[in-house]
Design a protein around this ligand. Structure first.
Ligand code: OAD
Length: 244
């Protein structure tokens, strides 16, 4: 299929930029963002919990939802898709991994140059002061309180309606415009500004490749689409480009 052509493009690339979404962590057992939630949480929509308004309205509910997700992520292991991207970083001259995922699985797999567009669920910050907090007293409050100002603590992730860190989005935009091959992996390409990155790459002349189990708004614009789970497609691609 397209694998041979995509493998040749990767092999010849000077700078590869990648955008990943929650689909790459699906085989690690972390549900994708828009997947039906399970168990206790099935009656809530993620879009209704991941907002500052939801936190103001019911901080305990939002904190506990993230605590549940943090536990899921802590118990999960990077999969063959994450590992293929670690290998790719070693194979190509310049490599930028941009992720919308907050699960930290790319870094746990061993990727180095990672831009976390939406933060990381394992970090915590103060809702009032917006500064990182690494230690606090467990007093039974849920969420716990900031040791400096007594404000509520929240996960250090970007919620709907919040801005991305300027250095993260600027770095991602620069890499997308400068790369010669761009891979979009396991993302629905719905949430902006991340969703604009593959289109910026295409504008800049990069070969854009989509790896997804389904179609997305990017599909028609991508030069190549590889259908299937990232944990299978990415290792296949690496082996096609660099056979042992
Ligand atoms: P979504 O849940 O929107 O999309 C997951 C995508 O992965 C879909 O396009 C699926 O078809 C695809 N997919 C599912 N399983 C896959 C697999 N095994 N291999 C490859 N693809 C697979 O998740 P995201 O695109 O990551 O932001 O969502 C983007 C952002 O929306 C999230 O980061 C989150 C939310 O707003 C914040 O929380 C700020």
């Amino acid at each position: 299929m397209h694998t041979t052509e995509v493998a040749a493009a990767l092999k010849g690339a000077k700078h590869v930029a990648i955008l990943t979404g929650s689909g790459i962590s699906a085989e690690s057992g972390v549900p994708t963002f828009r997947d039906a939630q399970t168990g206790l949480w099935s009656k809530f929509k993620p879009e209704d919990l991941a907002t500052p308004e939801a936190f103001r309205r019911n901080p305990k509910l939002v904190w506990e939802w993230y605590a549940w997700r943090r536990e899921l992520v802590t118990g999960a292991q990077p999969n063959a898709g994450h590992l293929a991207l670690v290998e790719l970083e070693q194979r190509v001259p310049e490599f930028t991994l941009i992720t919308q995922n907050v699960d930290g699985l790319h870094q746990r797999a061993g990727s180095h140059n990672v831009i976390e567009l939406h933060g990381n669920i394992n970090r915590t910050k103060c809702f009032e002061e917006d500064i990182a907090v690494t230690e606090w007293k467990e007093t039974g409050d849920s969420p716990p309180r900031c040791p400096r100002c007594g404000g509520r603590l929240r996960p250090d992730v970007v919620w709907f309606g919040e801005s991305l860190r300027p250095e993260a989005i600027e770095g991602a935009l620069m890499a997308s415009r400068r790369c010669d091959v761009f891979l979009s992996v396991g993302t629905s390409t719905l949430v902006h500004p991340a969703a604009s990155l593959p289109f910026e790459a295409a504008e800049g002349g990069a070969i854009v490749i989509e790896i997804n189990t389904d179609t997305t708004p990017l599909t028609a614009r991508a030069a190549f689409q590889l259908r299937g789970p990232a944990a299978r497609v990415l290792p296949e691609l690496l082996r096609a480009a660099w056979p042992e």
